[in-house]
Design a binder for this molecule. Structure first.
Ligand code: F6P
Length: 344
C-alpha cells in the first residue's frame, strides 16, 4: 500500500493555492504516494475532516481561484486538547507526512508540530501580502496586485473625469507590498504603507501639487497604514485566533480621504477593493509558482526533508527551513524606499 500525504490550506485564501495543491498531488503520485485533503485548514486536522485528492480531481485546479480544500484561521495551539486531536487524526489517517500550505500563522503551527511533536511536516508558502521571509515571492501576490492595479486605474478614470482626489485602500496586514506595487503600477501620486507612519504634510503637498497640474490625484493606502497625526490607540481592533488585528472595518482609505478633503478643500472619494482582490483565477505567474512549489513539497517529502518549506530563490525552487520563513516578516525596507523617493 502506498504511503499517504495529507494536504491542508490555512489562513486567508489566495489565488495559486489550487495550482499548488495540483503540483503536490501530481508530484506525490509520481513518487508513489497517495494524497488526502484535510478541509478547512488546521480545523480539518483537529476534527478529522477529509476529502479525496488525486490527479483526476486536481487536473484543472491550476486555473481556479480560492482553495478547493477550504480554509480557516484555526490555531490548534490555542487549546492543548486540539493539539492532541491533531496528533490523533494524523495517526488515525495513517499519514506519512503532512503538507501545510499557508502564511506565517499556518506555517508557524507547522513549525511547532515539527519541532515539538516530531511530525513529518513540509510547508508551502502562500500569502497575497508577500510578507513571508526566505522566499522571493509568494503566490497570490501577483494576482491580487494585478486586480488592485486594474481597480486603481478604473478609480483614476472616474476621478479624472470629476476632477477629484481618489483614495484607494488595499489589503496588506503588516507589510506594504500590495500598496507599494499597486501604487507604482497605477502611477499613483502618493502611497501610504504600514512600515512608516504617513508624513501627512508631505502627502498633502503631493496631492496639492498633483491636483494643480492635472486636476486629479490618486493616493493608494494599505489597510494597515497609520497617519503621523493619529495614534494607533485611537483605533480599536478585534483580534483573530493568532492575535492579529482584524482590519476590515478600520477604514483607513476613508480616514485618509476625509483627512485630505479637510486639509485641501478638494473633493475626495475613496474605495476599498477588499476581498475582491483575493479571489478570481490566478495569473500565469501565480499558476507557475504555485504548481512549482507544490511539486517541490512532494519532493521534500520523498527526500525526507521534513521541517522544510519550498521556496522561490532567484528562479529556482528550493527547500528552506520552515523556521527561516516564520521567524520574521518580510517588510518594505531600504531600496524600496529609495525607489519610492524617485516615483512619488
Ligand atoms: O491573508 C492576508 C490578508 O489578506 C490580509 O491582507 C488581510 O488583512 C487579512 O488577510 C484579511 O483576513 P480575513 O479574510 O480573515 O478578513
Amino acid at each position: 500500500m502506498s504511503k499517504k500525504i495529507g494536504i491542508l490550506t490555512g489562513g486567508g485564501d489566495c489565488p495559486g493555492l489550487n495550482p499548488a495543491i495540483k503540483g503536490c498531488v501530481w508530484g506525490a503520485e509520481k513518487f508513489g504516494y497517495e494524497c488526502i485533503g484535510l478541509t478547512d485548514g488546521w480545523k480539518g486536522l483537529v476534527e478529522g475532516l477529509t476529502t479525496p485528492l488525486n490527479k483526476e480531481i486536481t487536473e484543472y485546479a491550476i486555473m481556479r481561484g480560492g482553495t478547493m480544500l477550504g480554509t480557516s484561521r484555526t490555531n490548534p495551539f490555542k487549546q492543548p486538547e486540539n493539539v492532541k486531536k491533531c496528533l490523533e487524526t494524523f495517526k488515525k489517517l495513517d499519514l506519512h507526512a503532512l503538507v501545510a500550505m499557508g502564511g506565517e500563522d499556518t506555517l508557524g503551527v507547522a513549525t511547532r508540530f515539527y519541532k515539538e511533536h516530531k511530525l513529518n511536516v513540509v510547508g508551502v508558502p502562500k500569502t497575497m501580502d508577500n510578507d513571508l521571509s526566505a522566499t522571493d515571492y509568494t503566490f497570490g501576490f501577483d494576482t491580487s496586485v494585478t486586480k488592485a492595479m486594474e481597480a486603481a486605474e478604473a478609480l483614476a478614470d472616474t476621478g479624472r473625469s470629476h476632477r477629484r482626489v481618489m483614495v484607494m485602500e488595499v489589503m496588506g496586514r503588516h507589510a506594504g507590498w500590495v500598496a507599494l506595487f499597486t501604487g507604482i503600477a497605477s502611477a499613483a501620486d502618493f502611497v501610504c504603507l504600514p512600515e512608516k507612519k504617513v508624513d501627512t504634510k508631505a502627502m498633502i503637498e503631493k496631492v496639492k501639487a498633483a491636483y494643480a497640474k492635472k486636476k486629479f490625484a490618486l493616493v493608494v493606502t494599505s489597510e494597515a497604514s497609520e497617519l503621523d497625526s493619529v495614534g494607533e490607540d485611537d483605533i480599536k481592533h478585534a483580534l483573530d485566533h493568532f492575535g492579529h488585528r482584524i482590519l476590515k472595518d478600520r477604514g483607513m482609505g476613508e480616514h485618509i480621504a476625509q483627512f485630505i478633503e479637510k486639509a485641501t478643500g478638494l473633493e475626495t472619494r475613496h474605495a476599498v477593493i477588499g476581498h475582491m482582490q483575493r479571489g478570481g483565477s490566478p495569473t500565469l505567474f501565480d499558476r507557475m509558482l504555485g504548481v512549482r512549489v507544490g511539486v517541490k513539497a512532494a519532493e521534500l517529502v520523498r527526500d525526507g526533508q521534513f521541517g522544510q518549506m519550498s521556496a522561490l530563490v532567484g528562479n529556482n525552487i528550493v527547500g528552506v527551513p520552515l523556521e527561516k520563513a516564520t521567524g520574521a516578516l518580510k517588510v518594505v525596507t531600504g531600496n524600496w524606499f529609495d525607489l519610492m523617493e524617485v516615483l512619488f
